[in-house]
Structure formats: C-alpha cells, structure tokens
Design a protein around this ligand. Structure first.
Ligand SMILES: NC(=O)c1ccc[n+]([C@@H]2O[C@H](COP(=O)([O-])OP(=O)(O)OC[C@H]3O[C@@H](n4cnc5c(N)ncnc54)[C@H](O)[C@@H]3O)[C@@H](O)[C@H]2O)c1
Ligand SMILES: [Zn+2]
Length: 366
C-alpha cells in the first residue's frame, strides 16, 4: 500500500442525497491527514471528539487529531471498549460523561474512528446527547466502509437482542481512508467483502462481473481495484438509502442473505462466526432457494458461491437440526407461520422480496 500523503485528495466522492441532510462519502488513500479541514468546513464545529477503540486509536487517531488541530479545532481522543459485547447502554453512558467532561456542546462534532461497532455506539451517543450533536464517520473496517457507515442507522444492543435501541442520525460526512485497512485481519477483510458481493448481486450485474474479474486484487487491497470497488459499493447503498431512508420498501433488499445469516448467528450465539461470513452462507442459500422456487435461472447460485469462495468466505450452512433453524427463523414466536420478507434473487443484479413462512424457506428434506 502507498505511503499516506498528508493532504491527499479523495479518489472519489459519493453523494448521499437526503435533501437538507445530504452528505458526501470521501474515498481515498492518505485521507486521515486531509479530513480535519473537511470536517471543519462541513460542520462549523469548534471542538471534535474522536471516539475510537485502543486497537484503532493507537495506529490512526494521531494523524486525524493532527489534521483537526491544523484546521483550528480543539480535538481530543475518547476511548471506548472494543467489541460488539460493549456496544451497550453502559458504554453509551460512559461516553456521555467523557463527552461532557470535554465540554461538549452543539458546536462539538463526534467523530467515530473505527469499525461498525464504534460507528453505531458513537453515532447513538451523538444522536441523543443534548438532543443531537453533529456526527462524522471515519470507518476503518471494510464492513463499516461499505455498510455500517452509510445510511444513518446507529444504535446499541440490549441483553435480549442486538441493535434493539437506536436512531436514525445521518453523519455530516464519511471519510474512508483505505490505508487503515492494512492492519485489518484478513478474515475481517473477507467478511466485509461479503456485503460488497451482496450489493452487486442484488443491484448491479456489471459490478458483480467486475468483482468476478478482480476478486483477488480487491482482497489484496490493491488500490486500483479496491478504490473503484468501494466507490461502487457505497454508491449502491447510498442510492437505496436515498430512495428509502426509513426502510419501508427498497431498503429491505439490502437484507439479501440476512434471514439465514441472523439465524446462523443466533444458533452460534454470535460467537465463532463473523457477520459477513454468516451473510455469505445466507446469500448462497438464498440464491439456491431462488433457483429451486423457479424465481431465477439456474447458474445464478453457482456464480454467487464461486465468487464468495474466491474471497475466502464460507458458503455452506452449518449443521444444525432443521428444527433449530426453524425456531431461529421465527421472529414472531407466537405465530409459528408468520411470513418473513425473504429476499430472493431474480437474476444477478436483481432481487425482490417474497413473503415466505419459515417452513417454506427451509423445506423438509433439503
Ligand atoms: N448501522 C448499520 O447500518 C450497520 C450495518 C452493518 C453492521 N453494523 C454493526 O457494525 C458492527 C460490526 O462492525 P465491524 O464488522 O466493523 O466490526 P468491529 O467494529 O467490531 O471491528 C472488528 C474488529 O476489528 C478491529 N479493527 C477495526 N478497524 C481496524 C483496523 N483498521 N485495523 C485493525 N483492526 C481494526 C476492531 O477493533 C474490532 O476488534 C456490528 O455491531 C453491527 O451491528 C451496523
Ligand atoms: Zn449485514
């Protein structure tokens, strides 16, 4: 990967069109040193709290803080605990205290520097403290770059379930610096790419074909392959979110592969398996099911599976009994046959929701 150049310009800027809450997603190399001025310009803030976890802060907070200082902001790093297990209300309360100790007011921007966990936690604190502070996302995992940091959903877990408390709080801008990916474990990298494959599979056949041509280069983080891939993946999510900010219709298509993924994560109790890995398995399942139901031509599932495998992702459902899957699929525990909006593929690049019961999603004998 190239040396970070202070002041480097973005390779691309993807607009997210949400009326007066529209914002840019800047994508490039060496952007940490450039973002300070951009944050100052976009938020008019006088203070910036850079919220991060030790793993990420140690490596990248310095560069970002320096560029914020150079832009004239008073900037401080605020540490939060790492991991989804700490994405909870107790950590939010600690973060509120730290922000208030820093003197946070409406002219203070909360900058999330880290993966989706930090983005969700810091974003939720920003959405709620003093009824809302300006917020900026600086994602440092592939998953956060293409998924969690785009769309404005923020929130935390409750003991009884994931992401049960939350808000919509759009960032003022998103700054993606691919240099930060150099330290990301390869397993996390691949897991993030599952959501990239998903974007192509459900929305854009040409993009899917491009991934079929350069999957290995993207996995190796070669900038010529990675930068346009991130640009297109962000643009797809941005377009879907712009059309359906509150998830009334189209945004549901982003759940491709997620019905089974959530069941798998529940069965594993969220241990041992990464979200993107579960999504990869769920997507292959959804594609095969779409073929079996005659919704898409044969061959589609094979292409999805081959591409995911080349990225080092698992594609077969783990062996749990069918009844365990069925009960994990039953979101509405009182109505056993309540239908689920299952996202099916009609072709590579085209998806639609089909209401199916859990037993129809997972027929006996399959
Ligand atoms: N808001 C949304 O729309 C949305 C969408 C998808 C997922 N999410 C949420 O995102 C979270 C998952 O995000 P994630 O996959 O980014 O996981 P994560 O934030 O937990 O990061 C994974 C691990 O990688 C480390 N890490 C992060 N960046 C690194 C880097 N550059 N180098 C080395 N290590 C690094 C983190 O410290 C962490 O240990 C979940 O809580 C999920 O619910 C939210
Ligand atoms: Zn997902």
């Amino acid at each position: 990967m190239s040396e970070p150049q202070p002041g480097a310009q973005p390779f691309a800027t993807v607009p997210v069109a949400l009326g007066d809450r529209s914002y840019p997603i800047h994508i490039g190399s060496g952007l940490l040193g450039w973002l300070g001025g951009e944050i100052a310009r976009h938020t008019k803030a006088t203070r910036a709290a850079v919220v991060t976890v030790p793993m990420v802060g140690r490596r990248y907070a310095g560069r970002l803080l320096r560029s914020l200082w150079e832009a004239g902001l008073e900037a401080r790093r605020i540490g939060v605990r790492d991991g989804d297990a700490h994405k909870n209300l107790r950590e939010v309360a600690r973060l509120y205290e730290a922000l208030l100790d820093f003197g946070a007011d409406r002219a203070t921007v909360v900058v999330a520097l880290g993966g989706g966990t930090v983005g969700d936690l810091a974003g939720f604190a920003a959405a709620t403290l003093l009824r809302g502070l300006p917020f900026v996302q600086v994602p440092t995992t592939l998953l956060a770059m293409v998924d969690a940091s785009v769309g404005g959903k923020v929130g935390v877990n409750l003991p009884r379930g994931k992401n049960l408390v939350g808000a919509f709080h759009q960032p003022r801008l998103v700054g993606i610096d691919i240099d930060t990916l150099a330290s990301l474990p390869v397993r996390e990298r691949a897991a993030g790419l599952a959501e990239v494959v998903k974007a192509g599979a459900l929305w854009d056949a040409a993009f899917f074909e491009q991934l079929e041509r350069n999957a290995e280069s993207v996995l190796r983080l070669e900038p010529e392959a990675l930068l346009p891939t991130l640009e297109r993946a962000c643009a797809i999510k941005a377009q879907i979110v712009a059309e359906d900010e509150r998830e009334a219709g189209r945004r549901m298509l982003l759940n491709l592969g997620h019905t089974l993924a959530h069941a798998i994560e529940t069965l594993y109790r969220y241990r041992r398996i990464l979200h993107g890995e579960a999504v990869a398995m769920g997507m292959v399942f959804a594609a095969r099911r779409s073929e079996a139901l005659g919704l898409c031509p044969p061959g589609v599932a094979g292409r999805v599976e081959t591409l995911l495998r080349r990225l080092g992702l698992p594609t077969e459902l783990p062996h749990f009994p069918r009844r365990a899957y069925l009960s994990a699929l039953r979101v509405d525990k009182k109505r056993r046959d309540a239908r689920i909006q299952f996202v099916a593929l009609r072709a590579i690049g085209r998806a639609e929701t089909v209401p199916l019961t859990p037993a129809e999603i997972l027929p006996a004998g399959d």
